[in-house]
Design a protein around this ligand. Structure first.
Ligand code: IMP
Length: 193
């Protein structure tokens, strides 16, 4: 079964392909002739995942899925949320985003936060949404050199280390994206049975 994953991020493709297993192969938008940036202009993760999947489906007519992720901090009313990539600047400046987050939480006692991923799958013309959440809290300072984004600040519940201090396998086993992808994979495996 061939499915388009609406990302040109090779790391994400490899991660999902490794859990999909035999019988599935993923293509990128670029491989299908879509070279422009895929719009994500919606105010929610669900809206953005859905917009990206529909963008691909409308142009190819093929089964496809898209994901969107945000870090939701309780004391900040769910921010940065859908704006996680561009929290501090217009670009994807991870270091600046982390500095801003620490500044916003300076002196704040409640540091509860969660990562949330939403995947929109369009298969046989029908849309299905899958959600993955990992609860945790924001550390007082950055630790660890692994991962990306807010990983050096995020300590998942039940651990005393940040995501950036974990191996990729350890993080994937409990992460928001890992959990959303597991639901997608279960759905696809049941579908082709
Ligand atoms: P995307 O929807 O996967 O592109 O994620 C949007 C933004 O959320 C990224 O630019 C990162 O800032 C942040 N983010 C997403 N996933 C993770 C993660 O696993 N760890 C840390 N930050 C993440």
């Amino acid at each position: 079964m061939k499915i388009i994953f609406a990302t040109n991020n090779a790391h994400k493709i490899a991660e999902v392909e490794s859990v999909l297993g035999e019988g599935f192969s993923l293509s990128t938008p670029r491989e299908c002739g879509i070279t422009e940036d895929i719009p994500e202009e919606q105010p929610t993760l669900e809206g953005n995942a859905s917009q990206k999947a529909h963008y691909i489906y409308d142009r190819t007519g093929r089964d496809c899925f898209a994901d969107d992720t945000g870090l939701e901090v309780e004391a900040l009313g769910g921010a940065p949320g859908v704006h996680s990539a561009r929290y501090a600047t217009d670009g994807h400046d991870f270091a600046a985003n982390n500095r801003r987050l620490l500044k916003e939480l300076h002196g704040v006692g409640n540091r509860r936060a969660r990562f949330r991923t939403v995947i929109s799958l369009i298969i046989d013309g029908e849309e299905h949404l899958f959600e993955g959440i990992v609860e945790g809290h924001i550390a007082q300072c950055e630790s660890g050199g692994g991962g990306f984004g807010y990983d050096p600040l995020f300590i998942p519940e039940g651990f005393d280390r940040t995501f950036a201090e974990m191996s990729a396998d350890e993080k994937n086993a409990i992460s928001h994206r890992g959990r959303a992808v597991a639901k997608l994979v279960e759905f696809l495996h049941n579908r082709v049975k």
